[in-house]
Design a protein around this ligand. Structure first.
Ligand code: NAP
Length: 283
């Protein structure tokens, strides 16, 4: 029986990964059980597993601007140590990365092999983590980039918009950042399909298909949960200046899935409908 290790198991994706692997031989370790930046602890944790799925990360994008060393320890050194341990113990490694490895100046979907050029500290730390994994475990690792994720477990944009609906008549949301809202339920299921199959090692884009702005996403959320979408008003990024710059165009290409014998993940609007039906988002 395949033995799976999930790191960052208490996070938003980590919890959906546990659900997607229910009934299997799984060790699920949250941050309190395993610090992925601790080499000895990582080696001990990886031992005895066939598949390691790394969903641990430093995800505070704005804080990373002033704590880049902390972000690097989790997002770059962590995957490096996991890759070294996975190779030592003969395990497959899948690490989750981000659209923020790209600069966002594109106008057509970024292919899996497009050059990375992050514009913030979080993106730099994640790009470094990807590079370590590819270098150390070129034949036995997957890098799965995701973006704009939301789910039942944990703070995320969709949950914030629904919380705001309870106390505000209207919300203003930017139209000038475009990406692919992605349900962690779909992503977790896709990650399990990938590690269970025999797809070639390499980089895959784990985002729901299609594209939309944060404004489009928020209107779609409101519609799905039965709120009036006209309560969502358009604005642009000049109204929301934050410490870390965000890529304006975060659309990832999905051609790589054919190498794995898999279709791209479904359209984000269809996934959002399923997420609401599943109770992952509630008004
Ligand atoms: N959220 C997004 O929209 C988004 C977009 C693109 C890519 N991603 C990537 O998707 C993956 C999953 O993200 P998520 O939204 O599920 O993140 P999350 O909810 O923040 O989960 C990450 C988990 O990692 C834990 N962690 C932090 N430092 C750790 C360490 N040194 N050792 C072990 N665990 C540690 C965190 O614990 P604490 O909470 O205690 O710190 C948290 O439970 C990450 O790789 C992230 O970079 C996310």
């Amino acid at each position: 029986m395949t033995r799976y290790l999930i790191t960052g198991a208490a996070g938003m994706l980590g919890q959906d990964l546990q659900h997607a692997l229910a009934g299997r031989a799984v060790t699920a370790l949250g941050r309190a059980d395993l610090d992925i930046a601790d080499a000895e602890a990582v080696d001990a944790a990886v031992s005895g597993h066939d598949v390691v799925i790394n969903s641990a990360a430093y995800t505070k994008v704005d804080d990373a601007e002033t704590h880049e060393d902390d972000a690097y320890a989790v997002n770059a050194t962590g995957p490096k140590l996991l890759a070294e341990a996975a190779v030592r113990h003969g395990a497959k490694l899948l690490t989750v990365s981000t659209d923020y490895v790209f600069d966002g100046h594109g106008t057509s979907p970024y292919p899996e092999d497009a050059p990375t050029d992050p514009i913030n500290a979080y993106g730099r730390s994640k790009a470094a983590g990807e590079a370590f994994v590819r270098e150390i475990a070129p034949d036995s690792s997957y890098v799965v980039r995701t973006a704009w994720i939301y789910g039942a477990h944990g703070p995320n944009f969709a949950a914030t918009m629904l919380r705001l609906a309870a106390s505000h008549d209207t919300v203003s949301v930017v139209t000038d950042q475009v990406g692919q809202p992605t349900w962690t339920g779909d992503l977790a299921a896709r990650i399990v399909e990938l590690v269970d199959g025999d797809a070639p090692a390499g980089t895959y884009h784990g985002t729901n298909a299609g594209q939309g702005s944060w404004f489009d996403f928020t209107r779609a959320i409101y519609t799905e949960v039965g709120l009036d979408p006209e309560r969502v008003l358009p604005t642009d990024s000049t109204a929301f200046v934050r410490p870390a710059p965000r890529p304006a165009y975060s659309v990832l290409g999905h051609d790589g899935w054919s190498r794995a014998g898999l279709a791209p993940m479904r359209d984000w609007r269809e996934a959002l409908h399923a997420a609401v039906q599943a109770g992952a988002l509630q008004a």
